[in-house]
Design a binder for this molecule. Structure first.
Ligand SMILES: Nc1ncnc2c1ncn2[C@@H]1O[C@H](COP(=O)(O)OP(=O)(O)O)[C@@H](O)[C@H]1O
Ligand SMILES: [Mg+2]
Length: 233
């Protein structure tokens, strides 16, 4: 792994993360380059969500560093990390279910100081037709689209998506894969995914995580297409 290049967009260097006394991330190093789609795979409990929550500023590291555009960001609070241009879409797909779709967008836009929804509707025209719908009444796929739309407000440089296709029907996953490809033309994506064929389809690079550590990095497009990362799970 080329971990000492200061020009990376995101650079995680030898971090440990614990919940109280329980250490769950062990000496993890990885990098994300501008414009890449990087997918993180690994079984349940491997530490993937913990890693994303740490990058997003919700958890503090015990050792190492997390650099974004060469600046150490882990000391910042989560909202400050978001303001720097990193968005995190949680695994639990939480939206404000009693509010409308447009109210959810307004809240997200307010938090980030951006209310220009136009560019977001270009990626998800469906969301524009659902603005008055109560967010709690959206389908799983529509809810995921809303979450991505909210994350796109303010044109972030990097979006972390935690299992965006979990529980969704195959045809919805196909639609989302198309959206990821469109979004990746302007935004760097770091995605946790358990769907291996989808990973093979969208990833420029794949990291495999097991028991709190990165056990493999697959850079070869050919290896990714062949899903050779399956053996590291
Ligand atoms: N809030 C928490 N407190 C204590 N342990 C946690 C907490 N969240 C996750 N863990 C533990 O950390 C490990 C990694 O969990 P997680 O990061 O959610 O893995 P993944 O997203 O790969 O399924 C698991 O053993 C899990 O039980
Ligand atoms: Mg998880």
């Amino acid at each position: 792994m080329s971990v000492n290049d200061g020009k990376k967009l995101l650079h995680v260097e030898s971090i440990d993360v614990s919940y109280g006394k329980l250490k769950v991330i062990f000496d993890v190093s990885l990098y994300i380059d501008d414009g890449e789609v990087v997918v993180l795979v690994g079984r349940n409990g491997a530490g993937k969500t913990t890693l994303f929550r740490t990058i997003a500023g919700f958890l503090k590291i015990r050792k190492g560093a997390i650099r974004y555009r060469e600046e150490e960001i882990n000391p910042y609070k989560a909202f400050e990390v978001a303001q720097k241009g990193i968005r995190y879409i949680h695994q639990d797909k939480h939206v404000f279910s009693t509010l409308s779709v447009s109210e959810n967008l307004e809240l997200a836009g307010h938090a980030i100081g951006n209310k220009d929804f136009g560019p977001v509707f270009e990626y998800f025209p469906k969301i524009e037709t659902l603005l008055d719908r109560r967010a709690g009444n959206l389908s799983g796929g529509e809810r995921q689209m809303l979450l991505i739309a909210m994350a796109l407000l303010g044109k972030p440089d990097l979006i972390l998506m935690d299992e965006p296709t979990e529980g969704l029907a195959p045809h919805i996953i196909t639609d989302l894969a198309t959206s990821f490809k469109k979004i990746s033309k302007t935004t760097t994506l770091f995605i946790i995914e358990q769907n291996l064929p989808l990973t093979a389809q969208i990833a420029d690079r794949v990291y495999c995580m097991r028991e709190g550590g990165i056990v493999a990095e697959i850079e070869s497009k050919d290896e990714i297409k062949k899903m050779s990362f399956e053996k590291y799970l």
